[in-house]
Design a protein around this ligand. Structure first.
Ligand code: SF4
Length: 368
């Protein structure tokens, strides 16, 4: 395969690329891509898993709301085991917190209609990809006159987070020492001393909604290449090869044209803009990033379960290094808890819970 040959024969300066899509993270590990790359090309994961970047205060608030007998929390399954500052939703359920797991946000509408005596609060977590579905949910609730449905939002948009990462392009180095990496059968080396990111695999699903043009200002501002990639192993490898070739160029290349256009899904963008407006948002491990979130507009505040105050990220296992993992500063196995205290069965941080989390993906593909 020519692309693989090209990458494996690469002998230029060490390069480090970040993927910022949880599905890319999962597929990169599932396809064993780190092991296919030469030591001088390294991939790190960014804050691309929506569950992983949700702050502990959000989980705490869900638990608080679910403990009120008049409420029921509705959520996707992967939110259940995310640690809050002390316990997860799943543990809270054992203590009487009312929680229903669903597969679609629209299921919350059905639950609310069937049981008007209770308030159903959907844990609305996600990026640009899922926000249009929440907009549709509010629209349907409005049109059907459903008044016992709320959203507790922790909605994020990706470009401001990438901007933050570029602006903080890892000035501080890693902890010293060698770390074994079974995926490559070697010790980490390459460009970890500088820790700089040299390009991004732009998030595929997010780009479907935003369009590839969403990353042009970032590419130009920081002089870094962004490649929009599909999700097959070959597509990811081709995108990595393109990033290598685009070194030194601040431009965006769309290598997923079957799903991503330059302008994106404008109908979805308009629906989101009707119901949501920009707001500051807190990212687990990073902190508050200006205009990186979406909240319900004032005219739809009747559907808001009180999302505005969720800016803190406290508690949890103090040794968990999700923050550094989410910023691409360390690999999961550099966390001292990885595979020891923290496993998918006993997650200590959000990155080990979600199937799109870096720690979970690393554990699944490489083990301890
Ligand atoms: Fe957190 Fe576990 Fe990942 Fe360590 S291995 S960073 S404790 S989720």
């Amino acid at each position: 395969m020519k692309i693989l040959e090209y990458l494996q024969n690469y002998d230029g300066k060490p390069l480090r690329f970040m993927e910022v899509c949880g599905t890319h993270t999962a597929e990169i590990h599932r396809n064993g891509i780190p092991a296919l790359l030469p030591p001088s090309i390294e991939l790190v994961s960014g804050p691309g898993c929506p569950v992983c970047v949700t702050v502990s205060a959000y989980i705490d608030r869900l638990i608080e709301l679910g403990m009120d007998p008049k409420n029921c929390i509705v959520t996707f399954g992967d939110m259940l085991r995310v640690p809050g500052s002390s316990i997860s939703l799943s543990e809270a359920r054992a203590k009487g917190c009312s929680v229903r797991m669903v597969y679609s946000p629209m299921d919350a509408l059905k639950l609310a209609k069937e049981d008007p005596e209770h308030v159903y609060i959907f844990a609305a977590v996600g990026f640009e990809t899922t926000t249009p579905v929440y907009a549709l949910l509010v629209q349907e609730a409005l049109e059907q006159g459903v008044k016992n449905l709320r959203l507790l939002t922790s909605l994020k948009v990706m470009p401001p987070a990438i901007d933050w990462i570029c602006a903080h392009n890892f000035p501080d180095a890693y902890s010293a020492g060698e770390i074994s990496d079974p995926a490559r059968g070697q010790i980490f080396r390459g460009n970890r001393e500088s820790g700089r990111i040299h390009g991004f695999l732009a998030p595929g699903h997010v780009s479907v909604i935003t369009g590839s043009r969403a990353f042009v200002p970032l590419a130009e501002k920081y002089g870094l290449p962004f490649v929009v990639a599909g999700f097959e192993g070959e597509e990811i490898l081709a995108a990595i090869a393109a990033l290598v070739k685009l070194q030194g160029q601040g431009r965006v290349l769309n290598m997923y044209p079957s799903a991503v256009t330059e302008e994106g899904n404008t109908a979805a963008q308009e629906r989101v803009d009707r119901f949501f407006e920009p707001c500051d948002a807190a990212w687990r491990g990073i902190g508050v990033i200006a205009d990186s979130g979406r909240k319900l507009r004032k005219e739809y505040e009747a559907f808001d379960a009180g999302s505005a105050e969720l800016m803190e990220d406290t508690g949890g296992n103090p040794a968990c290094r999700c923050a550094q993992v989410l910023m691409g500063r360390i690999r999961p196995r550099e966390c001292p808890l990885f595979g020891k205290v923290c496993t998918p069965q006993t997650p200590q941080g959000a990155c080990m819970v979600s199937t799109e989390g870096s720690c979970f993906s690393c554990w699944q593909s490489e083990g301890l």
